[in-house]
Design a protein around this ligand. Structure first.
Ligand SMILES: Cc1cc2nc3c(=O)[nH]c(=O)nc-3n(C[C@H](O)[C@H](O)[C@H](O)COP(=O)(O)O)c2cc1C
Length: 328
C-alpha cells in the first residue's frame, strides 16, 4: 500500500506534527506500506487561471493535463501514487490556508470521476474523438482519505469552515473519507505533544484510513470528545436553510434534509435516496456533469442570436471602462 501525508502548515509546526502522527497510525495498520510526506509551505503552486485547456484537451481526445507548470505537478503525482492519504491544513481566517484551495482548484476538477468517464463514454459513441482506453484510469483508483484542520482559536466557530472545506479535495475523485478532525484550540494547547488524547486520535484516524481501504465495515472516525455530525455523509454540522420551508441542505454534499425539533434538539433527516446522490458519489457528480454539459446547447444559440449586439457592447464598454477606470 502507498500512504501519503500532505501538510499545508509551516515546516515542523502543528499541522506537520498531527499529519505525521496520523501516518504513524497508518503504519500500525500497514507495517509494510511505503509512506511519504509532503510539506507544501515553500512550494510554488499558482492559482487555476480558468483557461479551460484541461477539459478542452480531453474533449479533443487528448490528456487533461494542466498546462501551467510549477510545483503543482509534483504534488499531483504524489496524490496519484497514493492509496491512502492524510491531509492537514491550518485554518487561516476561518478556512484552510489559500494554497490548499489553489491546489484543489487545479487538481480536483481534473480528477472528477464523472466528468472524465462522461468524455470517455463519449469517445466510445463517437461524440468525442480519441481512444477511450488511452486515458490512465489508475489516476481515479480507489483511495481513502482523512482530514485534519488545525486552528489556533479555542472558540470553535473561529474554525467553522476548516474541515468542511477540506472535503473539496477528495469528493471529485470519490475518495472514501475516514475522518475529518477539527484540531482547534492549538493556541491554548500550545503543542500537540502536550495533549496525549489528540495524538492518540491522530493515530486512530490513521489506522482507520488504512483499514477502511480494505474493509467497508470500518466506520468513519468519530471521537467521543468531538460533537457528532449532522450530515451522515460528510459528518459536518453545517446546514443551509431553504427558503419558505423546513427543508435544509448540506452545503458540502449538496443533499436535502428535513429539519425537525425533538426534545428541544434540532434534528435533520436525510433520506437514503438523498445520501446516495451526495456530491462525492457517482450519481451526485453525474448530475453536475449533465447540467454543465447542457450549458452549451442553451447558451450557444443565445450568444449567437445576440452576437452583433454583444460584440458592439463589449467593444464600447471595454473602451469606456479603460477611459474611466485606471488599470493598476
Ligand atoms: C493569517 C493567519 C490567520 C489565522 N486565522 C485563524 C482563524 O481564523 N482561526 C483559528 O482558529 N486560527 C487561525 N490562525 C492560527 C493558525 O491556524 C494556527 O497557528 C495553526 O497552528 C497554524 O498551523 P501550523 O502550526 O501547522 O503552521 C491563523 C493564523 C494565521 C497566520
Amino acid at each position: 500500500m502507498n500512504i501519503l501525508g500532505i501538510s499545508f502548515g509551516k515546516k515542523n509546526a502543528n499541522t506537520d506534527i498531527l499529519v505525521k502522527e496520523a501516518l504513524f497510525g497508518c503504519r500500525e495498520a500497514a507495517p509494510d506500506a511505503e509512506i511519504r510526506f509532503v510539506n507544501t509551505c515553500n512550494l510554488n503552486i499558482g492559482r487555476c487561471r480558468g483557461c479551460g485547456a484541461c477539459s478542452t484537451q480531453l474533449e479533443k481526445g487528448k490528456d487533461n493535463v494542466c498546462i501551467f507548470k510549477d510545483d503543482f505537478q509534483a504534488l499531483e503525482e504524489e496524490v496519484r501514487w497514493a492509496d491512502a492519504i492524510v491531509l492537514g491544513a491550518p485554518v487561516y481566517v476561518l478556512q484552510p490556508v489559500g494554497q490548499f484551495k489553489d491546489f484543489v482548484d487545479r487538481f480536483s476538477c481534473r480528477h472528477d470521476y464523472s466528468a472524465i468517464t462522461y468524455v470517455l463514454d463519449g469517445r466510445r459513441t463517437g461524440k468525442f474523438p480519441g481512444d477511450p482506453d488511452a486515458y490512465p484510469m489508475e489516476r481515479l483508483k480507489k483511495r481513502t482519505v482523512s482530514y485534519v484542520s488545525v486552528g489556533g482559536a479555542s472558540t470553535e466557530n473561529w474554525t467553522s469552515m476548516g474541515t468542511a472545506t477540506l472535503h473539496l479535495f477528495g469528493f471529485p475523485p470519490m475518495m472514501k473519507v475516514m475522518g475529518n478532525y477539527n484540531a482547534n484550540a492549538m493556541g491554548l494547547i500550545g503543542n500537540p505533544y502536550i495533549d496525549p488524547e489528540l495524538i492518540e486520535n491522530m493515530h486512530e484516524m490513521g489506522r482507520r484510513t488504512v483499514k477502511g481501504y480494505y474493509d467497508d465495515s470500518v466506520e468513519f472516525f468519530q471521537p467521543a470528545s468531538k460533537p457528532e455530525g449532522v450530515c451522515p455523509v460528510c459528518h459536518q454540522r453545517m446546514i443551509t436553510i431553504m427558503p419558505k420551508s423546513t427543508k435544509v441542505e448540506c452545503p458540502v454534499c449538496g443533499i436535502e434534509g428535513q429539519l425537525r425539533i425533538e426534545n428541544d434538539e434540532i434534528k435533520v433527516d436525510f433520506s437514503e435516496e438523498q445520501q446516495n446522490r451526495a456530491r462525492g458519489t457517482f450519481k451526485g457528480l453525474r448530475e453536475h456533469t449533465v447540467e454543465i454539459q447542457g450549458f452549451g446547447s442553451i447558451c450557444g444559440p443565445k450568444i449567437m442570436a445576440n452576437k452583433e449586439m454583444l460584440d458592439q457592447k463589449m467593444k464600447e464598454r471595454i473602451k469606456g471602462f479603460d477611459e474611466a477606470i485606471k488599470n493598476v
